[in-house]
Ligand binder design. Structure first.
Ligand code: ACO
Ligand code: HSE
Length: 355
């Protein structure tokens, strides 16, 4: 019985076909373990042009999926900045995520049962390798723009290192080259919340669901900023309990727990923690200096999770780096929301290169 409980993504556009790439060969992971074959769910929009130089590859963040036109609707879509009538837009669901790709609830071919807690540790390098195999499968030789935010930015940076001259423009949003203890700390508190759920450890798809609600509530505090909460969640002076922000965080927790699963969340936050472009490459500065593509690193002035200094560090240490900044009270999530600033920054980046 195939228990692969791929949750139906809330972003799925009914008329956009989501396809599945299956690789039967074992994937050697950075840990030395092997993943005995894997699948990646992905979407493509638009067409490869005759000069094959219009590929835009988007990598989603922690709870994203392959339906980029839904969760990044202000940036991707007809008449948007990345327009399928001009570009060939590809987006795959990351390995370990629960929106169609191989993940802890997928069937382990060796046992015929779901992996559950036996799912191997994945690094951003492993994820980049899996995407590169999909690229080859699609017959894409060159990527015009590789773009990703947060976890998606970490994987994009690893992949830009691997691709070298096969990618022209790399756009990294609200992300880093090596994860800081601060960011790891946020993820650890979230995993502690999941561990405190008495169902965690059970071999069921719902294991840790209540803990995941609390984990998301903690995460939301790192994805936003006090100004955003002051603006949207303030209460009248006479309030002494049942504050709006309490119901907001509980709502967001419940909303995520109903569209995601705790095992994927655990896996992906561990991937974020272990991100270090410099591992085995002589350190992060040296590794950044070996990326030949143009790199646009976009920070958010009030990002409390991936500090803007981490984006500045990327731009300062790659060969062809540019730093730009989004000003937003949304903090980290601004890369998902501030579309006019993003479009302006991206337009200038391509104009500077006459691209
Ligand atoms: C690049 C990437 O891969 S990103 C991955 C793709 N997908 C995702 O990341 C999913 C994440 N997406 C998001 O985080 C969001 O969609 C964002 C950041 C774009 C916008 O956040 P939203 O949650 O839509 O907005 P916001 O934070 O203001 O919350 C609004 C929701 O909270 C509810 N809400 C607001 N205040 C309260 C409150 N006090 N009590 C209860 N509910 C409340 C609203 O009714 C609304 O509900 P809805 O989601 O059912 O419409
Ligand atoms: N809030 C977004 C971005 C996190 O980095 C998500 O849930 O995926």
């Amino acid at each position: 019985m195939n228990l692969t409980m791929n949750l139906k993504s809330p972003y799925l556009i009914i008329d956009m076909a989501q396809e599945t790439y299956t690789n039967e060969d074992p994937l050697k992971l950075e840990s030395g373990e092997f993943l005995p074959g894997f699948q990646l769910a992905y979407t493509t929009q638009g067409h490869l042009n005759t000069s094959k130089d219009n590929v835009i590859w988007v990598i989603h963040a922690l709870t994203g999926d392959a339906n980029v036109q839904e969760w990044w609707s202000g940036l991707v879509g007809e008449d948007k900045f990345y327009d399928p009538t001009k570009h060939f837009i590809v987006c795959a669901n990351l390995l370990g995520s629960c929106y169609g790709s191989t993940q802890p609830l997928s069937e382990n071919p060796k046992t015929g049962k779901p992996y559950y807690y036996d799912f191997p540790h994945l690094t951003t390098k492993d994820m980049a390798l899996s995407l590169d195999l999909l690229r080859e499968h699609l017959g894409i030789m060159e990527i015009n723009t590789l773009i990703g935010g947060s976890l998606g930015g970490q994987v994009a940076l690893e992949w830009a290192y691997l691709l070298k001259h096969k990618v022209k423009n790399t756009v990294i949003l609200a992300s880093n080259a090596k994860t800081s203890p601060w960011t790891i700390g946020f993820n650890e508190t979230q995993r502690m919340a999941i561990e405190s759920d008495s169902t965690w450890g059970q071999s069921t798809p719902e294991a840790g669901k209540k803990g995941l609600e609390a984990a998301r509530a903690i995460a939301m505090l790192s994805y936003r900023h006090p100004e955003n909460f002051a603006e949207n969640q303030a209460d009248a002076e006479d309030k002494t309990d049942q504050f709006r922000v309490s119901s907001y965080l509980r709502y967001q927790g419940n909303k995520l727990a109903n569209r995601f699963n705790a095992l994927s969340y655990w896996t992906l936050t561990k991937t974020m923690d272990s991100h270090d472009l410099g591992r085995g490459r002589g350190g992060v500065k040296k590794a950044l200096s070996e990326i030949p593509s143009r790199v646009l690193a976009i920070g958010v002035d009030r990002d409390l999770l991936f500090l803007r200094e981490e984006s500045q560090f990327i731009a300062q240490n790659v060969q062809l780096g540019t730093y730009r900044e989004i000003q937003s009270p949304y903090g980290h999530d601004a890369f998902l929301i501030e579309y006019s600033q993003l479009s302006y920054i991206l337009s200038s980046f391509y104009l500077e290169a006459n691209d």
